[in-house]
Design a protein around this ligand. Sequence first.
Ligand code: PEP
Ligand code: MG
Length: 838
Amino acid sequence: MTALTDPLAIVEITPSAGVHTLTHGWRAKCLQRLIRMELPVPASFAVSADAVRAIAAGQIPDRARLAAIIERADGLVSVRPSAQNPAWGGPGTVLNVGINAACHARLAETRGKSAADALYLGFVQAYAIHVARLDPDMFSDSDVGLETALRSYEDETDEEFPQDPTRQLAEVLRSMARAWDGPTARLLRQAKGAPATAPLGLVVQDMALAIGPGVTGSGTIQFADSVTGAPRITGRFRGQSQGRARGEGAETLYLTRDPRGPSLQEAAPEVFADLVRYGVAARERLREEMQIEFVVSDGHVSVIDAIRTQRSSRASVRIAVALARDGIIEPRDAVMRVEPRALSDLLHHQVDPRAPRDVITRGINASPGAATGRIVFTSASAQDAEARGERCVLVRRETVPEDIRGMHASVAVLTERGGMTSHAAVIARGLGLPCIVGASGLSIDTRARIMIAGGREFHEGEEITIDGTSGEVLAGAAEMLEPALDDSFAQLLEWADAHCRITVRANADTPEDARTARMFNAQGIGLCRTEHMFFDDERLPAMREMIFATRPEDRSLSLERLLPMQRSDFTKLFEIMAGLPVTIRLFDPPLHEFLPHDREGMRELAESLDLPLSDVTRRVDALSEFNPMLGMRGVRLGITVPEIYDMQARAIFEATIEASRNGAAVVPEVMIPLVSARREVELVKTRIDAVAAAVRNETRKDFAYRLGVMVETPRAALRAGDIAEHAAFLSFGTNDLTQMTYGLSRDDAGRFMGTYVNQGVYSEDPFHILDREGVGELVAIGAERARLHKRDITISICGEHGGNPESIAFCLRAGVNYVSCSPFRVPVARLAAAQESI
Ligand code: PEP
Ligand code: MG
């Protein structure tokens, strides 16, 4: 074994010492800043990450150096971890290193026997458990006294408890250095985003003793509320206590005056005033809201540490905005300091993080927010519950388009199957409903109206809580936090917009969606899925009639019924968006989705169409496909049954004229879905141009429109160059593009996605975070080829990835002009896009 003699291995932290976060960790650097501010920090020493690595590998720290540190510290020191990032944790702090029988006797004289016993016992316990690795049960019991602890130590190790302070310190450093390399510590920090090889520094600090005469104790103080972010002094003060050591008369005090009991503010007003002064100074100099750890020894305050105040999502917004408003940081810094995802927590109810959680199963957290309601297993029951004024949670194996009404009537949705882009997930995000999909631990018996989760049975009508933010299903009701769309939220987004290089639009299908989109300042609609407009009670029969029509004249009759409804849909959207761009996607799904799926439904349909039941079943069978997602849908339907697109184009143009009459001029964007060949675009374009010409002729009004193409098939991405020739814009539909690039069903992938991600087959769920290497490459190739043919073509993305911060960063680099996402994800997207732009 060699000795570690590098003089820089352990440096005293002074205002000018070369201490850096990279080499010595955040705690050492933070202490240096506090020392530079001349706060009363006990003498502190930083052990560099290189030295810690060497110690873990077996080198022994220079004993003379350690002896000098302990001597200066009047015999006692603490050792604390100092990783590069406080979130990465580290081995637990060890206090009172250096204490031995002689020191114990000295302390007994100056501070009393019980104080000395408590301090010595605390160290013996920590040393026995963490350094000598003895059975914790023998030492951690609260009845264990000093004598017993020392005897147990000797019995177990056959040696006296180490009395040499230098040896104690060397052993503590070694055990902490080694603990950092243990598998549990590695896993824990990797889960917090630390690289496996993340270094650890250590800090050795003079002990400020918190057990002794006068006002003495230890505590923490912070100046902003961790849950709300509001300015408020909170924390605690433990008199006659330090770590696990308790002296005689130990008691916990409130910090500020409190009717419930004694407070430090009353017991020692000068101490309290000092702490407040230090807090204000630390906030200004460290440009951050800090929690201060302190010790009071006979009325004298020592600041022993400071860390960034822990904060919820809403507190993170409020704190960042307050720091910028107080001129401590720049607004752009405030924009950078808030995790974009945190904003989605503010938009919805959240389960209170402090409340107990009775988790019964988990799934994919498909739409954030939380809600409690009674279980219903069918959309009809959901509508009945709504009619009775009851809040309900729709629980389904998976949802189909017909469930849209049931979803509207529910406060949350839970499905056993599905993934991030399955029907339930997409619709719930659009509606802002908390939703969990792919909860494969769930088993549903719709007939018996029972679901089994976590080995427990839940009946229709029982209450559950869906936490769509975490993906957890909870039994019963849970304590909730209200949404917090406050002034800080609005201010942060205003600052974000000032820095943003791309625009953010919303995917909105209904006037209600459009209003939400505007409320969140979306700069247009990037995707209106028109098929979602056909599911209400009035329209579905007309739609079904159209599907059942066998002669063109019958079909056009049904389409004529649908035309005014569509026209009014579009007029409303244009009016609400007041001149902002609106992209309307022509009909996309397979027709059979609009037909009933059970016998009862078919019977009803036969009745309403006045057809024999056998005709209806035959037609439904004829329309059904083995693989509908790759079958007769999208533009394929538009080419084989062109009258549907004709009707939609007419509705769009007539609405354009109507909306332009009263408000800003509307230039609608018409988008063709699921294209794979240029000829498809040519055929559709010819018909739409003809409809436009007809409408202009009939109305004698002129208008412009832009025709665009959705790039959702790998072939469309590869052939984007020639497809671009007929398109004013291309919008990447990354849901289908992901499905088709991977050959992975977006509605079924939830079943095995967890296994795939856990085993590292995919690093993330590609329906959630854009797969940069595969799907992303297609996007990049498509964008490049399209621009090569048409330099000024508008390029966007409107799949669910448009609301995902990591994916937005990629899109920005790939040169998209805008992203479009569910209305409730618009704020997240605005912040993420701003952060990428800064
Ligand atoms: C897509 O495929 O990415 C898309 C936006 O369309 P949809 O989700 O409606 O298939
Ligand atoms: Mg699609």
